[in-house]
Design a protein around this ligand. Structure first.
Ligand code: ZN
Length: 44
């Protein structure tokens, strides 16, 4: 998957709340909604 903001490659992080993505390139958390489709492809 790629960052919806800059096209970079966000890193996947896991917290107590759950999974989230953080882009080092634009230094912001990528909302799960943006990557849900991509991750669901992998899971399924
Ligand atoms: Zn980014």
């Amino acid at each position: 998957m790629s960052c919806p903001f800059c096209g970079g490659q966000p890193l996947r992080h896991i917290r107590a709340k759950g999974l989230y993505w953080y882009c080092l390139n634009c230094r912001q958390i990528v909302p799960k909604e943006f990557v849900e489709e991509e991750t669901s492809k992998i899971v399924n």
